[in-house]
Design a protein. Structure first.
Length: 248
């Protein structure tokens, strides 16, 4: 499910739970609204507050680690692409076709980094395969070029491994059942807030604003967990810098 819809559902659950409990509370029997019952409800709510805070903190930390890891890997990947291009320059004119294929790959990668849109054809992956095909067509003329070509092919394999490592790790690491569990806890917490709350505009507005801010926080965390989509995205500057270096 898209993380925007997850945020919308969370907002709806929290708003309905809090306002619904506020409207239903006056209709309850007196024994369901006495001080002892209220104290027990708030005690249970406090337990869920602590648990929600801990789990949500872990979700933020997981999304942060995913984002930073992919960002570091993208910088390292771009650096290795530049080094591969430098080695091909050293090889000579025979490496020009391969360098052109690298340039084509970077242009595709900038348009769809790490294959962020899985519904689209993997043009970047095919362009990177074309780089390998061009390397296979090179025939070294002497021992120096043969040794250099072996090193270039090792660099290419490293680039391919890094590219697929980025693709596989860019899908998000926060499990959806955990999100549903935290959302359920927060729904109970907001329902406890609405229990015996005075029915006035200030309280209703507070509930709606609070639900909106929490839903927004969920949206941003889930958005950061998928680094190549949404509002919070990893910059493609390293790839653009590599393209400028290859094209220079």
């Amino acid at each position: 499910m898209n993380h925007v819809w997850i945020a919308v559902i969370i907002f709806g659950c929290l708003s309905i739970a809090s306002i619904g409990a506020m409207l239903l509370s006056p209709k309850m029997q007196l024994r369901h609204r006495d001080d002892e019952t209220s104290a027990v409800v708030r005690l249970i709510a406090n337990i869920f507050v602590v648990m929600s805070s801990l789990v949500f903190g872990l979700m933020i930390n997981s999304a942060k680690n995913t984002y930073e890891s992919i960002d570091d890997n993208l910088h390292a990947f771009s650096t290795n692409v530049i080094l591969l291009d430098r080695s091909l320059r050293t090889y000579g004119l025979a490496g020009k076709e391969t360098r052109d294929r690298i340039r084509d790959y970077l242009e595709h990668a900038i348009n769809n980094p790490a294959r962020a849109d899985m519904a689209m054809p993997d043009n970047a992956g095919r362009a990177l395969d074309a780089v390998g095909d061009a390397l296979l067509s090179i025939e070294p003329k002497d021992q120096f070029h043969q040794t250099l070509l072996l090193d270039i092919r090792q660099q290419y394999r490293r680039v391919v491994e890094q590219r697929w490592g980025i693709v596989e790790n860019a899908e998000g690491a926060i499990p959806r059942p955990l999100i549903a569990l935290v959302a359920a806890w927060l729904t109970l917490i907001f329902a406890s807030f609405g229990y015996r709350a005075p029915a006035n505009a200030v309280v209703v507005t507070s509930f709606i604003v609070g639900a909106g801010l929490i839903a927004t926080a969920f949206h941003l965390v889930l958005d950061m967990d998928i680094p190549f989509q949404g509002v919070i995205q990893i910059s493609d500057t390293p790839l653009r810098r590599a393209l400028a270096e290859v094209g220079s």
